[in-house]
Structures are given as structure tokens and as C-alpha cells.
Ligand binder design. Structure first.
Ligand code: COA
Length: 557
């Protein structure tokens, strides 16, 4: 089928559909919902059999859905209508939620239903539910609808999303529903409201007398004080007392348009400096079991700033000092890594200098992993990975990846950023120069099937958080006790020495950083403009030609 993905932005759910539909042989193109005429033009150019509106913030023009069947992914159960489906589900404490695939008609979210799925709600931020449960359910719905259409169905199996007449639309979840008063609110409410608004638009609160939006909230057991007052700091986070305990706030931004979401301890640098240090906010964590070490680094949004990289390198070195045979790097549950922290770079006095410091800090981590000779290393991608974050994973001897994970093994979308993280060593060595060049050029998201075909991944992890955790432990312990462990280690050491003799690691790094220096400090400001737009969420004015293949003269693959 010819399938056009129509979306407000090419977000994680849309990327997953892009990956899975291409994998099943469909011709897929993407158009960002920029204006109605652009959408009409896309339909005219691509002539799709089906439009899937994977993530839209407004209605599809009537003449478009009258011309071609348009199916809308609604992140809500059957009968739910409105733009804040998941937000309300979290605020209302719904035990189950779902996704409904609705055909576009005149009335919003009220059309015939092609498929629906439900799932138990997890205690997690909205964005995490969206990237995991919602995305998985949406994919199943889309595949079910396509199968029905391919087998000749002309009408949806369920005539209407919510019955006739349809139930009323739920309103947009507004400021009043998202506003916190830490001096009056209990911990449970604070956590629920923040989760319902995380990653966007954040819960409204007043901290240190400033109106802010807060994100990344976690319980702070053991801490208490005068409600509303700051109690302690831990890494990026600050703990605030509530009426019945305390919460950690990891990230915040000034309340207003185009503000930067930053670690709370950075946004309130002076205030947090005066607070006592405590532990308790989820950060880099090291554990051991039966000869295997497990190093987790759940950085918010997978962003690895300069200090985060230095902390990770120190933790990595400490882990190397332990008597283990296998070291497993597990990143975070939602993201493995998205490379340099573009928000901290954007906030820096000199973004160019901070970019330079950040790329060097992440390169140091990658080099330490590549140069680990006395044990086997594994990168476990439990969540998505992008740009330098993906190449960081390739530094390990093996990569294990969840079937749901989407990787973006390229940098160029960030204003033609050249990239570092030893990518010019790691990628061609794994996939060969031709594939390395192709991946860099197409700039498409990659799923597990392609990663396996290319030999980038050695193990596909099962579905579900607990199943993944159990599998990682069991595989790591088995690897540490494998009968051929010594041979594998010897082979790895020999390979590294041969590679080093052919071209030292430092030469790859120098060459990459020469190009990066130009990106950061040179005359062409593309990287700085792209970073500004990305991190401040400036909408794109056109769909990149790599995605809108109907607009591109170059045919990919
Ligand atoms: N630094 C800071 N924040 C980042 C980030 C980074 N490197 N990468 C992603 N984020 C943030 C986004 O701003 C977004 O923030 P929000 O919570 O305020 O909405 C959040 O992480 C999720 O990102 P999003 O783009 O919505 O996720 P996605 O899964 O749809 O897309 C990527 C994944 C990797 C394609 C996309 O995030 C991306 O291009 N990131 C930049 C990668 C990069 O160029 N890194 C620098 C070079 S090493």
C-alpha cells in the first residue's frame, strides 16, 4: 500500500510506524501538518491508498478525507474524545487506557472505528506511556486496519467511535488543572499532576517565588519539612516539601513560550547551591550479580550533558575496578541516549564552547568503552536512541535491543552536524562502508529488524519492562559464565589491537572533531539554528525531503 503519515511532528510514534510499515513492504511517505494546502499537495503528489494521522493537533481538511481514507490515531479508549486524552486519563487515575483508530469524518474523534486496543496504566509520565504502551497499541491498530483493508473491507468494523449521538468532547486540559501549590498539595497529587503534563506542557508551580513549569517529579521518601520549602538537592534535582512528605523535581522551565527546560538545579543555581546534598533522585546506578555489572544512566530525555558524561565516565571506571567479567550498560528505561544535551548547550553562555566541551566529554566515555579490554561489554537499548547516543551504544562488544526501540543513527538533521563519538570508526566496522554511508544519507529511523539485518544488534529483547529486566540479567550472567569467554575476550583484544595498528582511535576522533569544530565555531550557523529550533520547539516550515519522498527527486532504497 501507499501510506502517507500525516503528523504535527515526526515524533516517536510516527517514527515507529514509519519503521514497521516500511518493513512490511509498504511505500511510506511523510508530510508534516504545516497547512491545509500543503496537505492537499502531498495527497496529490503521493496519491496514497491510506493516510494515517499519527499525531495531529488539528483537523484534516474535509476535501482530503473525502478523497482518501484517513485514519486517526487517538490515544484514548473508544468513546473518548478531545485533545488531552492521556492527560485526563492520568489525572483521573484510570486503571486502564487505550488507543482507538478512528476514520476521519466531519465531527472530531467521532468517526467509524477500524481498531482499538486497551492496556493497563503504568505509574509513569505521559510521555513514557505515549512512547511505550500507546505506541505499541497504535501500531497494532494500524496493522489490523491495513490487514482488513487489504482483505477487501470497505467499511470500519465499528460504525462510530462513541455511539450516536457521540459523547461530548472533553476539553483541552488547561492551566487550572495543571496548577500546583506545594504548600497545600499532597505528594500523590503533585506526582500525578506532573506526570500528566510531562514532557509537555509541564505542571504550573511557583518555586523560589518564580512561576515555572515542572517536570521529572519523583517521590522523596524520608524527606519532610515546611510545605512548599526546598529541602535538598541531588544531581539535577531539588526536593520540595509537600503537606505529607516531599518530592524531587528534576527539571523545570520558566512559565512562558519558548523557555528552556533545564535541570532544576541549573535553573535555580544560586538557590540550590545553598541546599544540603542528599541521595534519592534516580541517577547513575551500579549493581552486580554473579560476575556481571549493570550500569544504568537514566538521564532525562536521554540527554547527556558535559557533567553527566563526566559522572558516567567516573561510574564506568569504578565499575571497571570491580571483579566482574561482563559490564552491561543499560541507559534509561525510556531512552538509551540522545547524545549531547542540546538544552544545556542552548542555555550556555557560549553554546559553541559548551558543544565542544560536551562532545569531548561524550567522546571520552565512548573511548573508555572501546578500550575496555579485560571484560566483555554490552549496551542494552531499552528505549530509543538518537544521534551520538546511538553510536555510544556501538562502542560495546554487543548491542541488545528491545523490539519496540527506534534508533536514529544519524546527525545531519541537526543542522548538518557532522557527528563524533567515534562514529566513523564504529559504524563502518559494524556494517561496512556502503551501509554506513546509506544510513547517514537516508536519515531514517531504524527498527530492530533492520538493525539485526545489518549486524548492529546481537539480541532482541522481549516485550515488557519486567521481561526485559529478567532477560538482561539472565543473559549477562550466562555471558559471564560462557565456556568460550576466554576466547571471546582474546578475539576482542586482537581485533582492537589490529584496528589500532591500522588507524589509531585518536585519528578518528581528531578527524571527526575537526569537522565538528567547524559546525560549532565556523561561518555556517546551521547547527546553532537547528538546535535553537529543536529545543525551543519551533515548528518546521517544510517536511524534510528525506521523509517526504513524494517531494524528493531522489528515491531512497
Ligand atoms: N538534548 C536535549 N533534549 C533532547 C535531546 C538532546 N540531545 N534529544 C531529545 N531531547 C528532548 C526533546 O527536546 C523532547 O523534549 P520534551 O520532553 O520537552 O518534549 C524530548 O527529548 C523527546 O524528544 P523527541 O524529539 O520528542 O523524541 P522523539 O523520540 O520523537 O525523537 C530523536 C527522537 C532522537 C529523533 C530526536 O529527539 C532528536 O533528533 N534528538 C536530537 C539528537 C541530537 O541531534 N543530538 C545531538 C548530537 S549528539
Amino acid at each position: 500500500m501507499r501510506i502517507l503519515l500525516l503528523c504535527h511532528s515526526f515524533n516517536s510514534l510516527t517514527q515507529r510506524l514509519h519503521v514497521e510499515l516500511r518493513e512490511r513492504g509498504h511505500a511510506v511517505s511523510v508530510e508534516l501538518d504545516i497547512n491545509d494546502d500543503v496537505t492537499r499537495e502531498a495527497v496529490e503528489l503521493f496519491r496514497p491508498d491510506l493516510v494515517i494521522a499519527s499525531f495531529l493537533k488539528r483537523a484534516i481538511p474535509g476535501d482530503v478525507w473525502q478523497r482518501v481514507r484517513c485514519l486517526i490515531v487517538h490515544p484514548g479508549i473508544r468513546g473518548d474524545r478531545g485533545p488531552s486524552a492521556l492527560d485526563w486519563a492520568i489525572l483521573d487515575g484510570m486503571p486502564r487506557w487505550g488507543v482507538t483508530l478512528i476514520e476521519a469524518i466531519e465531527e472530531m474523534d467521532a468517526g467509524p472505528v477500524w481498531a482499538f486496543r486497551e492496556f493497563p496504566m503504568r505509574t509513569a509520565p505521559k510521555s513514557s506511556l505515549y512512547r511505550n504502551e500507546v505506541t505499541a497499541a497504535a501500531l497494532e491498530c494500524v496493522l489490523e486496519a491495513i490487514a482488513a483493508i487489504e482483505s477487501g473491507a470497505t467499511e470500519a468494523p465499528v460504525a462510530s467511535a462513541g455511539g450516536v449521538p457521540p459523547p461530548p468532547m472533553r476539553p483541552l486540559c488547561g492551566r487550572a488543572h495543571r496548577t500546583l501549590d506545594l504548600s497545600r498539595d499532597p505528594t500523590e497529587k503533585v506526582l500525578r499532576v506532573v506526570r500528566s503534563a510531562d514532557g509537555d506542557p509541564g505542571a504550573v508551580a511557583t518555586l523560589f517565588g518564580r512561576a515555572v513549569r515542572v517536570f521529572d517529579a519523583h517521590p522523596a521518601p524520608g524527606l519532610a519539612g515546611e510545605p512548599g520549602k526546598a529541602l535538598a538537592r541531588c544531581g539535577p534535582a531539588i526536593a520540595f516539601a509537600t503537606v505529607d512528605g516531599a518530592v524531587w523535581i528534576g527539571h523545570a522551565k520558566e512559565d512562558g513560550p519558548r523557555q528552556l527546560k533545564l535541570p532544576a538545579a541549573t535553573l535555580f543555581a544560586a538557590e540550590s547551591a545553598a541546599l544540603p546534598e542528599r541521595t534519592g533522585f534516580p541517577m547513575i546506578d551500579y549493581r552486580e550479580q554473579d560476575g556481571a555489572g549493570f550500569l544504568a544512566f537514566p538521564f532525562y530525555n536521554g540527554a547527556m550533558g558535559t557533567q553527566a558524561c563526566r559522572d558516567l565516565l567516573a561510574a564506568y571506571r569504578n565499575a571497571l575496578a570491580r571483579p566482574t567479567r561482563v559490564l552491561v550498560l543499560t541507559g534509561g528505561e525510556d531512552f538509551w541516549s540522545n547524545g549531547m544535551d542540546l538544552a544545556l548547550i542552548e542555555a550556555a553562555h557560549s553554546p559553541a564552547e559548551e558543544s565542544w566541551a560536551n562532545i569531548n566529554a561524550i567522546d571520552d566515555v565512548v573511548r573508555a568503552i572501546i578500550e575496555t579490554e579485560d571484560r566483555l561489554t554490552v549496551s542494552v537499548l531499552r528505549g530509543n536512541a538518537g544521534a551520538g547516543g546511538f553510536f555510544l551504544a556501538l562502542a560495546a562488544d554487543e548491542v541488545w535491543m528491545g523490539g519496540h526501540v527506534v534508533a536514529n543513527p544519524h546527525y545531519k538533521d541537526m543542522g548538518n552536524l557532522y557527528g563524533s563519538e567515534y562514529c566513523t570508526y564504529l559504524l563502518p566496522h559494524r556494517v561496512g562502508p556502503t551501509n554506513a554511508e546509506r544510513l547517514t544519507k537516508v536519515r531514517w529511523p531504524m527498527g530492530i529488524a533492520e538493525a539485526e539485518r545489518l549486524g548492529l544488534v546481537q539480541c532482541r529483547l522481549p516485550d515488557g519492562h519486567e521481561a526485559i529486566a529478567a532477560e538482561i540479567r539472565q543473559r549477562a550472567v550466562a555471558l559471564a559464565g560462557a565456556p568460550d569467554f576466554a576466547e571471546r575476550l582474546a578475539a576482542k583484544q586482537a581485533r582492537r589491537r589490529a584496528d589500532e595498528a591500522a588507524l589509531p582511535l585518536s585519528a578518528y576522533r581528531d578527524a571527526e572533531l575537526t569537522r565538528m569544530r567547524r559546525n560549532f565555531f565556523g561561518f555556517d550557523p546551521s547547527y546553532h539554528v537547528a538546535r535553537y529550533n529543536f529545543i525551543r520547539k519551533i515548528g518546521k516550515s517544510h517536511t524534510p525531503l528525506t521523509l517526504a519522498t513524494h517531494r524528493s527527486r531522489r528515491a531512497y532504497r
